[in-house]
Design a protein around this ligand. Sequence first.
Ligand SMILES: [Cu+2]
Length: 184
Amino acid sequence: MDSHALLLVLSVLLALFNLTASTEFYVGGRNGWVVKPAESYNVWAERMRFQVNDKLAFEYKKGEDSVLLVTKEAYNTCNTSNPTINLSDGNSVFVLDQSGPFFFISGTPGHCAQGQKLVVVVMAVRKNPHSSPPSPAPAPAVGPPSPAPSGSHIPTPATSSAQVSAVSAFSFVMAALFIGGFLL
Ligand SMILES: [Cu+2]
């Protein structure tokens, strides 16, 4: 395999992997999830492209802060009293399991009003270009996040979707190697 062929195979692999991989976003970049962020979280979010099954990682000092998934109304009024999900373990990973908006605020009194709040809008589900058209009964879509008790960590059934994407990533890699072999 000469170096050009190798480069070709690698770029095909990379392109295919990008089609399937989910991305983990560190909210606020290196500053993490803090009160009075140097840059508004929503300005940060506008630079990003969020897709279904991407993840948000909130980093903060455990015990000093938390992340609440809330309604739009609670977001607008910084109401921390009735969150849909409450994450407080200090390294909270939230799976964006559907398209549309997600509203997050700090659970610490006063923090939301000082800017510790975030809206993420997840783009509509893209079609998988590699699924065969006559495939029978696709797996049911993951439902909306269910209300979880305080202190739960991962609010969505991440395991099954992670396994699915691992399998499809593997098959794409095999396909890319196959294509690459033809082009040598
Ligand atoms: Cu806070």
